[in-house]
Design a binder for this molecule. Structure first.
Ligand code: TXA
Ligand code: MG
Length: 328
């Protein structure tokens, strides 16, 4: 059931979470599928609903910076506390940090690991819901495992409507792709998932960081730092390719083009559908509209979806990361 985010409905959703049930809610990045992160049975329902492997840990969502120390061990190492303090200037916002685990989270949240992913989202509905629940909220993106993340309430209803009682509608997600993930558990910080908060944005606050090559095979997943970093992820059912990467003799009848701006030519195919994500090639708009366009085209019974590309700089790095995963 999709509900508007009135104060009454937020209170209802908070009660549902406290009772150990699932609520889908909006964040600025994508919609999350939330459960009380201290309730093991509730957290297990997330994995079940999404058909997600239990080895893939969840991000814990908090409403306030001051709660981090309850769930992550940051104050015993001065350098770590200092790094978190510096990064807090980016919160609330689309940056998740991986920290040493502390305290009373349900074991399934971290998939048994001794580290935890923490995020303080900036969407007002998410913040109100978390605060009103009074609990840390474990939430992955609210889609079936390995499908495209949802950027509006209707996407959630379509993928998981039968599995969950409540979807809070906060409109279309502004950012449109998942949060940046930065691990702080190694000697030097490591960027595990690029996002709209870029490497340069982070380095401005904490100096040089490493970037982990995140395209891993299924065999490598066990040792992988962020187990969700599978090559095939965020992918539609329709075959998807990056523009310019098709063999020249390739022929298909029913092809759709998702382009980043009107400058991209449409003469290479007899396209049946064309979606233009931005009128000015503004990468924030491209990110914001990308998943919605992929989902829409996935419903058109096309033989092929062709997606534009851009330089892997700044937000372009995050966009091309998602496009490559969708294309795999
Ligand atoms: O923007 C987002 O981050 C959204 C919204 C709902 O907050 N959430 C999201 O969650 O994208 P999910 O589960 O789809 O992706 C979380 C990623 C997974 O790849 C997971 O493996 C990684 O975070 N992760 C979580 N905890 C981790 C940990 N302790 N160590 C390494 N990776 C972790
Ligand atoms: Mg996900």
């Amino acid at each position: 059931m999709i509900l508007n985010p009135s104060w009454e409905n937020i209170q209802r959703a908070a009660k549902t979470l406290r009772e150990g049930r699932l609520v889908a809610f909006p964040t600025e990045t994508v919609y999350g599928l939330g459960a009380d992160a201290t309730n093991e049975a509730a957290v297990r329902q997330i994995y079940q609903a999404k058909k997600r492997p239990s080895s893939d840990p969840l991000i814990v969502h908090l409403s306030d910076m001051s709660q981090i120390g309850n769930f992550a061990e940051i104050y015993s190492q001065a350098r770590l506390a200092d790094t978190v303090e510096k990064l807090s200037q980016l919160w609330p916002g689309p940056l998740t940090v991986i920290l040493p685990l502390k305290g009373e989270l349900a074991p399934s949240v971290t998939a048994g690991k001794q580290t935890v992913g923490i995020r303080i989202p900036s969407h007002p509905v998410a913040l109100k819901l978390i605060a009103e629940t009074g609990k840390p909220i474990a939430a992955p993106s609210a889609n079936q495992f390995s499908y495209v993340s949802p950027t509006c309430a209707e996407h959630v209803e379509k993928s998981l409507g039968d599995e969950i009682d409540m979807i809070l509608d906060g409109g279309k997600c502004k950012v449109g792709i998942e949060s940046t993930i930065l691990s702080l558990v190694e000697e030097k910080p490591v960027l595990l998932r690029p996002g709209i908060i870029t490497r340069a944005d982070i380095e401005k606050y904490i100096g040089p960081i490493d970037v982990k090559q995140s395209f891993l095979s299924e065999e490598q997943i066990e040792e992988c730092l962020a187990p969700g970093m599978l090559k095939k992820h965020y992918s539609p059912n329709t075959k998807l390719v990056i523009r310019g990467q098709l063999p020249t003799e390739y022929y298909a009848e029913n092809v759709g083009l998702i382009r980043f701006s009107p400058e991209t030519e449409t003469s290479d195919f007899n396209y049946r559908a064309v979606s233009t994500l931005s009128h000015t090639k503004d990468l924030n708009a491209v990110a914001s509209n990308l998943y919605d366009a992929i989902r829409e085209f996935d419903n058109l019974n096309l033989d092929l979806i062709v997606v534009d590309s851009c330089t892997e700089q700044g937000a372009g790095a995050a966009i091309m990361d998602r496009v490559k995963r969708a294309a795999h």
